[in-house]
Write a protein that binds this ligand. Structure first.
Ligand SMILES: [Zn+2]
Length: 170
């Protein structure tokens, strides 16, 4: 999805890098246009209550955005966790790089649907890894993918009224 604002293109103001303060940052009460929020960490934008990646919108609307951490970056920063995947299968230690890449790939895929699908932390122990995720969805997705990919067994336990999942891969 993209919104083009052709009126702005002829003016072509100089490019602004992410992370720089926008002129309107100090004036959040102004209601003349729909608020565009930009996450200063990962650069995704929110418009119409939804966060998504779209550089074009940012480019055309950059004079009218505010900076706000997206829910995903907020979860990572604060260590908010909704899922835990425990990797006990010995494959983890045979091909650790492959497993780690797989986890990162699943995160990348799931991020398109929801910016909260983030890996918060990976803890590596001698006999197991613990992958903490900011969403139930991503933990389940990683568990399901591991099971399918390697002919193994994944089990799931839900808690906090389905708002937390504990996944074990062995
Ligand atoms: Zn973000």
């Amino acid at each position: 999805m993209s919104i083009r604002d052709s009126r702005d293109h002829s003016q072509s103001p100089e490019k602004t890098a992410y992370g720089q303060a926008a002129p309107t940052t100090k004036d959040p009460k102004r209601k003349s246009s729909p608020a565009i929020l930009v996450c200063p960490e990962c650069g995704i934008i929110q418009t119409k209550k939804r966060w998504f990646h779209d550089a074009e919108i940012l480019e055309s609307k950059k004079k009218e955005y505010l900076e706000k951490l997206c829910p995903g970056c907020e979860a990572v920063k604060n260590g908010w966790v909704e899922g835990e995947v425990v990797l006990k299968n010995r494959i983890t230690f045979l091909v650790p790089q492959q497993i780690e890449n797989m986890i990162k790939n699943q995160e990348k895929k799931a991020l398109d649907d929801d910016c909260r699908n983030r890996v918060v932390k990976i803890q590596k122990f001698k006999n197991m890894w613990k992958v903490f995720t900011a969403s139930v969805f991503l933990a389940r997705m990683i568990g399901e993918h591991l099971e399918k990919q390697y002919q193994s067994k994944t089990s799931y336990k839900f808690g906090r009224g389905q708002k937390y999942v504990y996944v074990v891969w062995e």
